[in-house]
Design a protein around this ligand. Structure first.
Ligand SMILES: [Zn+2]
Length: 204
């Protein structure tokens, strides 16, 4: 019984190997035609997810197709991670791609998918987060900020009221939403669903 199970196991392994080989040759043959991981979509038919971003601290802009169908584009992830680096220390982290989906969905819901999002703050090292928290007594900066986990971005969308942006972000139920009306930005993260408002000058 054990032996026959083992034989079956070997047979399955061989079948996987054959499938794997044919899969990889397929992938090779498909290089340049843009097949996604499941092999059923092409670049032409799969939805392209685009983000237009402008960073208010670095002055940099980024227009990027970050996802095609169900596949996050690795080169785009690298660009986004660098773009969203800690602007004080230049440290780069690895963003949770769900954060990009949340921004994309937010802009789509606003009917502004082609518009640029102003980035107030992306990734924060613990050093930067502590710097912001301690430079005044009330800062609106959390000790365990989702910015340090590369799961949060503070944004502003030109032409959209901060309150409207907040309400739309809340409607997504995608994570945390912080409302900073005085500094006119909204914090959007993909941590636990929660919300808060900060009436003072939010540091960023
Ligand atoms: Zn924030």
């Amino acid at each position: 019984m054990q032996i026959s199970a083992l034989k079956r196991c070997v047979a399955v392994a061989a079948a996987v190997l054959v499938l794997g080989l044919s899969g990889s040759s397929k992938a090779k043959a498909a290089t340049g035609t843009g097949n996604t991981a499941n092999g059923t979509h092409t670049l032409a038919s799969a939805e392209q997810y685009v983000l237009h971003l402008h960073h208010l601290h670095t002055g940099e802009s980024l227009d990027v197709v970050y996802r095609i169908g169900d596949t996050y584009v690795p080169e785009a992830m690298a660009k986004l991670n660098y773009f969203l680096r800690d602007h004080r220390t230049n440290d780069v982290s690895s963003y949770d791609p769900k954060e990009f989906d949340t921004l994309h969905e937010l802009m789509a819901k606003l009917g502004r998918g082609n518009q640029t999002i102003d980035i107030v703050c992306g990734y924060r090292t613990p050093w930067s987060n502590n710097f912001l928290r301690t430079r005044s007594s009330v800062t609106g900066v959390a000790q365990h900020s989702q910015h340090m986990l590369a799961k949060a971005i503070d944004i502003r969308v030109p032409g959209v009221q901060t309150r409207t942006l907040r309400d739309m972000a809340l409607s997504l139920h995608a994570g945390g939403v912080g409302y900073y009306p005085v500094s006119q930005f909204v914090h959007v993260d993909v941590g636990p669903v929660r919300q808060w408002a900060f009436g003072g000058r939010g540091d960023n």
